[in-house]
Design a protein around this ligand. Structure first.
Ligand code: PHE
Length: 448
């Protein structure tokens, strides 16, 4: 007998779970770091274009694949295009999810350390140099960050085991609104700092001469990373959607909320960056050095910082759960493993990659591949290559190989809801998105 698939309980729950996957360290840690390294305002403009046009289209295409097939990232291609090579796009996603878990768990672990530091009152006194120094000492340590990765993976493991409804939906529903509120409070605080206007200028005023092919590729990669598309995460979640969900409006809500949070994070970080004279292009350390500085300017700084890092850790958790779920669902459904066994394999191997990524800041920092440490390599390959290419194949598949009427029927719930922009969406995924992504990737590889 065919087992009934799990579905999300409520409409709100499912939007929240997808938003929970999208909003995470990508918005608050990776976005400011990429924007800082790639020219601020110039990056922001390209990013908004990429996320609103390309990210949104790929998300909707993934929603279609998931709900129409009711399968995991690989299974979806197998069902909709039996005996074809398309399942490779699914494998690309599973491998990408796995690699992202590796470096994502490390940064998630850092948030736990910061929770601990705030709770013990150690995060509220120091100069920018001291915070930077402490952060570097901590991340290059061989034991402590690894311990946090372990704890984080353990929590993830148990939530994934609780299953779709209880674990994923509930966690997301609770924390998203809270994160929003605290970000707005932090924006206000940051804008009141001296010289904050310079930071706003850096973030919002585009210098078009800074837009290079590297900037475009990073913005494209960041857009896909931030809304969790290109690797089957939204395919997997949509396979749990019930048939009455309005997928176009859900996709728009997820992308809009995600972009809003990224912009709010920019408004928190960049004014503080100019105010404290921090270099915006210092990479992954940026947020972890800037934020403690903001908190120590606030009354009850430790408390604020505690609340913030707890929320950030939860945001990271709801994202890593979705990555974990991609691989777990794949193993569970394609190899008929129990969910328990599948989740255990993913958690253990995710932890193993997490250890390597964490150590690449310390004892393994001498190992450089293409000139970068393992952590940066995985970050670059997944976000800037695997997700855009995965997204491109998803668009080509849905645009060229899926029957157009079938696509339209599924996206309009058999004509019961309106999707006025269907033809715009169709042209986007059939022609525009694949061409843009291909040009950006080819250009970046230096092939023309
Ligand atoms: N979107 C998540 C974030 O912004 C990261 C993520 C990427 C999650 C890809 C799932 C898939 O933090």
């Amino acid at each position: 007998m065919k087992q009934q698939r799990a579905t999300f309980n409520s409409k709100l729950g499912l939007v929240m779970a997808s938003v929970g996957s999208a909003i995470g360290l990508g918005n608050i840690w990776r976005f400011p770091c990429e924007a800082g390294e790639h020219g601020g305002g110039a990056f922001l403009i390209v990013y908004i274009f990429c996320v609103m046009i390309l990210g949104l289209s790929v998300m909707l295409a993934e929603f279609f694949l998931g709900r129409a097939s009711q399968k995991d990232a690989v299974g979806a291609f197998k069902v909709l295009a039996p005996c074809s090579m398309w399942k490779i796009a699914g494998y690309n996603g599973v491998v990408a999810a796995f690699c992202i878990v590796g470096f994502y768990s490390v940064v998630s672990g850092w948030t736990l350390e910061y929770i601990y530091q705030s709770a013990t009152g150690n995060l509220n006194a120091g100069s920018v140099e001291e915070f930077t120094e402490n952060f570097k000492n901590f991340t290059s340590d061989a034991f402590r960050p690894v311990l946090w990765v372990f704890i984080f993976m353990l929590i993830t493991h148990f939530i994934v085991l609780l299953g779709v409804k209880k674990g994923i939906e509930q966690t997301s529903k609770l924390m998203m609104p809270l994160l929003f509120v605290i970000l707005i409070i932090l924006c206000v605080r940051s804008l009141m700092l001296p010289n904050s206007i310079e930071g706003l200028k850096f973030f919002f005023k585009p210098d078009f001469s800074k837009i290079t092919s590297g900037v475009i590729l990073s913005a494209l990669g960041q857009a896909f990373f931030s809304v969790s598309v290109g690797m089957g995460c939204m395919i997997t979640y949509a396979s749990y959607f019930n048939k009455s969900i309005n997928m176009p409006t859900t996709a728009v809500s997820v992308v809009a909320l995600d972009t809003l949070v990224a912009i709010l994070a920019g408004i928190v970080i960049f004014p503080a960056v100019t105010s404290f004279n921090i270099s915006p292009s210092q990479g992954p350390t940026l947020v972890f050095v800037t934020l403690p500085n903001i908190f120590q300017q606030m009354p009850f700084g430790n408390l604020w910082s505690l609340i913030f890092f707890v929320l950030l850790a939860i945001a990271a958790l709801t994202s890593i759960i979705s990555l974990h779920e991609v691989v777990t669902a794949y193993l569970h459904e394609q190899y008929k493993m129990s969910r328990n066994k599948a989740a255990t394999i993913v958690s253990l191997s995710g932890f193993a990659i997490g250890i390597i990524c964490s150590l690449s800041f310390g004892v393994l920092s001498h190992i450089k591949i293409f000139g970068v440490i393992i952590f940066d390599l995985l970050d670059f390959i997944t976000a800037n290559l695997m997700l855009p290419l995965g997204g491109m194949f998803i668009c080509i598949f849905v645009g060229w190989f899926i029957n157009k009427k079938f696509l339209k029927d599924e996206l309009t719930n058999n004509g019961t809801i309106k999707f006025r922009l269907f033809y715009v969406f169709f042209i986007l995924i059939k022609y525009i998105a694949p061409i843009i992504i291909a040009l950006v990737c080819i250009n970046q590889l230096g092939l023309f």
